[in-house]
Design a protein around this ligand. Structure first.
Ligand code: UDP
Length: 335
């Protein structure tokens, strides 16, 4: 099978049937990243006008280069931590700008903190100036090592404020506090999506950008050792990109979702060792598993409670892990 991204875009469009962003102007910060570029593309198909802002720190121009030239799409290379304003009216701001890979936490902690605090404040000021709806993409990382699994939105989390992941975890927690404060003080129409591990085409596997799934696929396809940290018993719950994008856009579109925080992810929990074996199995690779030390503060279990997303957004994940991995592997083969 040759993977076609257009088929997945069609799938999201059909899952979003009845929802429209027609003639809405949407600002997407981090719009050239893995998830941001999918959001921009689907919004264009939905009839929106899209302003994509990205400093290309971890995003890639090639993710959106095919959109440049459309009269409804504008790309601005800009670091959202620096002030920017717009004359034209903006209906929705989706703040997605941030590095998100644990290896980036080590190298760029200050940038990550800035993107989710100062950068988010720049986005909030734009939303305030235009009376726009604000969608903030937060993360399961705000739960740290959660006290409850499956983790509902009511969980406060258990996070080390001075650990190696704190630049991301605490920045996102502070980001949520910023959004809450802007809503309380200025009556902003806002909402917070807590995204759980998402994977799929356009995810980077290279260097510090690689997360578990793209790294394992890359290692399996190139016949190099699969690097499992610790004994691989730590768990994650992986959501295929089409499901994640559908969830975020449902959330962004609904008047009734104003003021909510919602977990968006797949609730099938799997150990990292089982994931590595699955990738080896699907790719039919001979790569060996090489165990490496467990990074400190790496969460032991992660699985969302998605009851609220099911009820409020009338959404649930549809793509099974085997199918999603298969598609992602096919995309990596062709990339
Ligand atoms: N992991 C691993 N080997 C790798 C990369 C990641 O064993 O080469 C583990 C990592 O320790 C974590 C899980 O896989 O427990 C998911 O890591 P990822 O980088 O995808 O993101 P996280 O969920 O930790 O933010």
């Amino acid at each position: 099978m040759v993977y076609k991204l257009g088929t997945d875009i069609d799938l999201i469009m059909s899952n979003l049937e009845g929802i429209s962003f027609h003639d809405q102007k949407v600002l997407v910060t981090g719009g050239a990243g893995f998830l941001g570029s999918w959001i921009c593309e689907v919004l264009l198909y939905q009839g929106a006008e899209v302003i994509c802002l990205d400093n290309l720190a971890s995003g890639l121009k090639e993710n959106i280069s095919h959109l440049i030239g459309s009269d409804k799409f504008q790309f601005i290379k800009h670091d959202i931590s620096e002030a920017i304003s717009f004359d034209e009216n903006i209906d929705i701001v989706i703040h997605m700008a941030s590095r998100a890979s644990p290896l980036e936490f080590e190298h760029y902690p200050i940038e990550i903190l800035k993107a989710n605090t100062i950068g988010l404040m720049v986005s909030l000021e734009i939303a305030r100036a235009h009376g726009s709806r604000m969608v903030y993409t937060s993360t399961s990382e705000i739960y740290g090592n959660p006290q409850e699994v499956p983790t509902p939105e009511s969980c406060y989390g258990y996070v080390n404020s001075i650990g190696p992941r704190s630049c991301y975890d605490e920045a996102k927690r502070c980001g949520e506090a910023f959004v809450t404060a802007y809503s309380a003080q200025y009556g902003l129409d806002s909402r917070i999506a807590r995204l759980f591990n998402t994977y799929g085409p356009r995810m980077r596997a290279d260097g510090i950008y690689g997360r578990a799934i793209p790294r394992f696929i890359d290692q399996a396809l190139s016949g190099t050792e699969i690097t499992v940290y610790g004994d691989g018993s730590q768990t994650r719950s992986f959501c295929y990109v089409t499901d994640q994008i559908e969830g975020i856009l449902r959330f962004a579109s609904m008047d009734a979702a104003r003021g909510y925080v919602v977990n968006i992810g797949n609730d099938l929990e799997i150990s990292i060792l089982a994931l590595a074996k699955k990738v080896l199995d699907i790719t039919k690779s001979d790569s060996e598993i090489m165990y490496q030390p467990m990074p400190s503060d790496d969460p032991i279990r992660r699985r969302p409670d998605i009851t609220r997303a099911k009820e409020l957004l009338r959404w649930e994940p549809k793509v099974d892990l085997n199918e999603g991995l298969f598609k992602t592997i096919e995309w990596f083969k062709g990339a």
